[in-house]
Write a protein that binds this ligand. Structure first.
Ligand SMILES: Cc1cc2nc3c(=O)[nH]c(=O)nc-3n(C[C@H](O)[C@H](O)[C@H](O)COP(=O)(O)O)c2cc1C
Length: 182
């Protein structure tokens, strides 16, 4: 395989669940947001809002609501100095069209791409992240004051890593990809 700085970055990224308490510089967060901004989206709808919680009191209140009850297993993320709530705009026409005609959730695709751009930009700057799908969307909506048509689809915990986890296993290329046939 040819040399690739992108592959080096993708291979070095890990889900980080232990963070140093050091604050994350706004310039670095802004760079990650710029990476998310550049992401492609269906019909260029950009149906997302990234709400960056880096003010300790604001973040703590959010975490108390998002990681309560059955979601307490995700509490490790409350120790991250930054939580990013990735909020979707469920009212976008492209999402409706995708669901109705194509039976494809373009909104979630768009959010996934933008969030992973954010995550990889973070990794490039030495930041650790963890995608979080297991949290109370209701608690998140309440603390963020989301109105109808807005939903927190995923959270990203962000901070300087305080662990160095081994890589998780992945399928071999031939197990998920093929040329010219199924
Ligand atoms: C959409 C999505 C949701 C996830 N939700 C959680 C979560 O709620 N809690 C958690 O600890 N990890 C979560 N993860 C992280 C995965 O467990 C992790 O990416 C996977 O095990 C591969 O490990 P790696 O990221 O270190 O390569 C999530 C990842 C994705 C992409």
């Amino acid at each position: 395989m040819p040399q690739s700085r992108f592959l080096e970055l993708a291979a070095a990224r890990r889900s980080i669940r232990k963070f140093k308490s050091a604050r994350v510089e706004r310039e670095k967060l802004d760079l990650c947001l710029e990476a998310a901004r550049l992401a492609p989206s269906a019909c260029n709808a950009q149906p997302f809002r990234f709400i960056v919680l880096d003010e300790p009191a604001v973040k703590e209140k959010f975490c108390a609501a998002a990681f309560r009850g059955a979601y307490a297993v995700t509490k490790f993320a409350a120790a991250a100095p930054v939580i990013v709530a990735v909020v979707s705009d469920t009212g976008k026409l492209s999402a409706w069209f995708g669901n109705q005609v194509q039976d494809t959730n373009f909104r979630l695709m768009d959010i996934g791409i933008a969030a992973e751009h954010f995550v990889l930009a973070a990794a490039e700057q030495g930041l650790g992240t963890c995608w979080l799908g297991w949290f109370s969307a209701r608690g998140a909506a309440k603390t963020l004051g989301l109105g109808t048509g807005k939903k927190t689809e995923v959270l990203l915990a962000v901070g300087y890593p305080d662990e160095n986890p081994a890589p998780r296993t992945r399928k071999k290329i031939k197990e998920f990809a093929s040329y010219n046939k199924l």
